[in-house]
Design a protein around this ligand. Structure first.
Ligand SMILES: O=C(O)COP(=O)(O)O
Ligand SMILES: [Mg+2]
Length: 229
């Protein structure tokens, strides 16, 4: 039985990839899950205050995994990664001519930068420093290893006391590959990156928020029952 649905935010709950407008239909459908006792949690590269605010105001009760896995909230807030070193952030920004995400003022471990394009040189630089690096398609992210959505999702599932098989994860980008490692059913929206689609159990027909509606309909119609066994 599905007990917890983990959803990414940017590119998944929005009307499309690359835009910030949240799909109101997707929210409406996710609330139907909450009414049936299936909890919804936000798992995203966004900062904790942004996600905690959305979680409460949108009417979800499954908690939050913020900063790409580094900060977890479910009844209590837990930091699961090492705090970032400000000097490293300055070096990264300067070396690759990047701009701070406005949310960097509110982050502890994982920091975001634009433009979101990752290069081989950046990967090499990060590896030498023991840093996690990834792109959500919206921003580049760096944090001290171990980081990535899997570390936060593992903690959130532990706090819920549910089995991996009872958890669905839905996303759109490479950062969601890490979430996929920890969930029973892996779902990619129709416009997700090809690499994520390759790892998904279900590839939705519809894009972003419309895809979320498609998934909720499948859950409510019992189409996923037995799939996660
Ligand atoms: O903060 C970002 O880059 C967006 O991340 P998300 O796709 O995990 O919501
Ligand atoms: Mg995303």
């Amino acid at each position: 039985m599905i007990k917890l649905v983990l959803t990414d935010l940017d590119g998944t709950l929005t009307e499309d990839r690359g835009i910030y407008k949240v799909s109101l239909d997707a929210i409406k459908y996710l609330r139907l899950l909450e009414e049936r006792g299936i909890k919804v949690a936000l798992v995203s590269g966004n900062s904790y205050p942004v996600l905690r605010g959305l979680h409460n105001y949108l009417g979800f009760s499954g908690g939050v995994v913020a900063e790409n896995g580094c900060v977890v909230f479910y009844k209590q807030k837990i930091r699961v990664c090492k705090p970032m070193d400000r000097q490293i952030l300055e070096e990264f920004k300067e070396k690759f001519k990047l701009k701070d995400s406005w949310q960097n003022d509110y982050r502890e471990c994982d920091f975001g930068f634009t433009p979101p394009d990752i290069t081989e040189e950046m990967i090499k630089w990060a590896e030498e420093k023991g840093l996690y690096i990834n792109s959500s398609g919206y921003a580049l992210h760096i944090a001290f290893k171990p980081a990535g959505k899997m570390v936060g999702v593992r903690k959130l599932i532990e706090l819920h006391g549910v089995k991996k098989e009872e958890v669905i994860g839905i996303g759109d980008s490479l950062t969601d590959l890490d979430m996929f490692k920890e969930v029973g059913i892996k779902v990619a929206v129709g416009n997700a990156e090809e690499e994520l689609k390759k790892e998904a159990d279900i590839i939705l027909n519809l894009k972003s928020g419309e895809g979320v509606k498609e998934l909720v309909t499948m859950i409510l119609e019992g189409k996923l029952d037995g799939r996660n066994r």
